[in-house]
Write a protein that binds this ligand. Structure first.
Ligand code: KIV
Length: 259
């Protein structure tokens, strides 16, 4: 059965942890889906892991749609969520509707994600969800604000923690079906998780969230550098290097192909 936003909310009620990973192409998406991942995020982190940019800022809505289209072709079960990239929604309600609508019209993704919880974003979320477009929220460290905030942990002071909690509550009330909590203290994530009727999906937010997500390039050991809160489960850079060197040696020594 395909995973739906409603199913995620049910899993929160049943205390069944939600498994999330990012994907940027068909092959990766296919493997993640076959492995039983519940939510596959076409994150704008693909700007860094697939396109070689130093931040997520340059990726465009056309590029996100191109990748979300490929990812969603590889997925049968997981809920595919596509990030709306920087400047594809913040400017106006009309722009947000157009960008989110394009994702749903031009790909098989089932939802979009936006960053932040300030009043304009709340208004955008309310409008999109009223139109029937499922939206995921994202608070704490929001990489589209890197030029202002950097990549440091958010919510360390009482004021910041209160602001992030208020944003999460406002997003939930505006209609998001789930919310990413990125790089905030575990206790704050626990408080938000207890207060919201919708699932929280943590990345660098401790164990008290309703689910966890990682950037797949980090999990696979493909990234050159990973954030302090991420974990590599395999060293794919080394595995790929070894395989390529073996191939090169066999070609140089006329061992491959065999006649
Ligand atoms: O773009 C992305 O990969 C994300 C994750 C960090 C959740 O937003």
């Amino acid at each position: 059965m395909p995973v739906t936003p409603q199913q995620l909310i049910k899993w929160k009620q049943q205390e069944r942890s939600i498994i999330g990973l990012t994907a940027w192409d068909y092959s990766i998406a296919r493997v993640l889906d076959e492995a039983g991942v519940d939510i596959i995020l076409v994150g704008d982190s693909l700007a860094m892991v697939a396109l070689g940019h130093s931040t997520t800022l340059p990726v465009t809505i056309d590029q996100m749609i191109h990748h979300a289209d490929a990812v969603s072709r590889g997925v049968n079960r997981a809920l595919v969520i596509c990030d709306l990239p920087f400047l594809s929604y913040q400017e106006s309600l009309t722009k947000a509707i157009h960008s989110a609508g394009r994702v749903l019209k031009e790909t098989q993704a089932g939802a979009v994600k936006v960053e932040g919880g300030y009043p304009r974003i709340i208004e955008i979320v309310a409008e999109l969800t009223t139109m029937g477009i499922p939206v995921m929220g994202h608070v704490g460290l929001t990489p589209q604000s890197v030029r202002l905030l950097g990549y440091k942990q958010q919510g360390k002071t009482m004021d910041e923690a209160d602001r992030i909690l208020d944003e999460a509550i406002a997003l939930s009330q505006a209609g998001v079906f789930a919310i990413i909590l990125e790089h905030i203290p575990s206790d704050l994530a626990g408080t938000i998780t207890a207060r919201l009727p919708i699932p929280t999906i943590g990345i660098g937010a401790g164990a008290k969230c309703d689910g966890q997500i990682l950037v797949t390039a980090d999990l696979l050991g493909l990234s050159e550098k990973i954030p302090p809160f991420a974990k590599s489960y395999v060293n794919m850079r080394q595995i790929v290097k070894d395989a390529v060197e073996e191939f090169a040696n066999e070609v140089l020594n006329y061992q491959f192909p065999k006649d």
